[in-house]
Design a protein around this ligand. Structure first.
Ligand SMILES: Nc1nc2c(c(=O)[nH]1)N=C([C@H](O)[C@H](O)COP(=O)(O)OP(=O)(O)OP(=O)(O)O)CN2
Ligand SMILES: [Zn+2]
Length: 121
């Protein structure tokens, strides 16, 4: 049996988007309450009854959340231009070596705006 497991995370962070035209409001520093969904797909172990412990996802995310939460994202190496698209790609590069079956990362920067990334570089 194959299943997709999804774990949600939240963090608060500040950002500017430096590559936008100067008149764009997002060139000003501002903050978001980000939500991240990490999805893993795989075979369910027939004895244990799970793909793998979703605590493994939390473990892999912890150092990344520690860096991003209440941070100015632009100061993090690789996030100098922290659009949600670039943030999703950054997370993918960090997580994929540790999380077999990683299949989708969704980042919400507001309740109505999100990016879905499936590892297609
Ligand atoms: N494709 C992307 N578009 C935008 C991004 C992004 O990362 N990828 N980011 C932003 C800014 O971060 C901005 O702060 C988003 O804030 P928001 O209030 O959602 O901006 P809007 O004016 O577009 O939202 P409304 O719901 O229309 O008020 C912008 N775009
Ligand atoms: Zn923003």
């Amino acid at each position: 049996m194959r299943c997709r497991i999804i774990k949600d995370f939240r963090f608060e962070a500040a950002q500017t988007l430096p590559n936008l035209p100067g008149h764009h409001k997002c060139t000003q520093m501002h903050g978001h309450s980000f939500k991240v969904e990490i999805a893993i797909e795989g075979e369910v172990d027939p004895h244990i009854g799970w793909v793998y412990d979703h605590a493994e996802i939390s473990k892999a995310m912890k150092p990344l959340l520690d860096r991003m939460d209440h941070a100015y994202l632009n100061e993090i190496e690789g996030l100098e231009n922290p659009t949600i698209e670039n943030m999703a790609a950054w997370l993918w590069r960090k997580l994929s070596p540790q999380l077999p079956g990683l299949c989708e990362i969704v980042i919400y920067e507001t309740p109505t705006a999100r990016c879905v990334f499936r590892g297609e570089f």
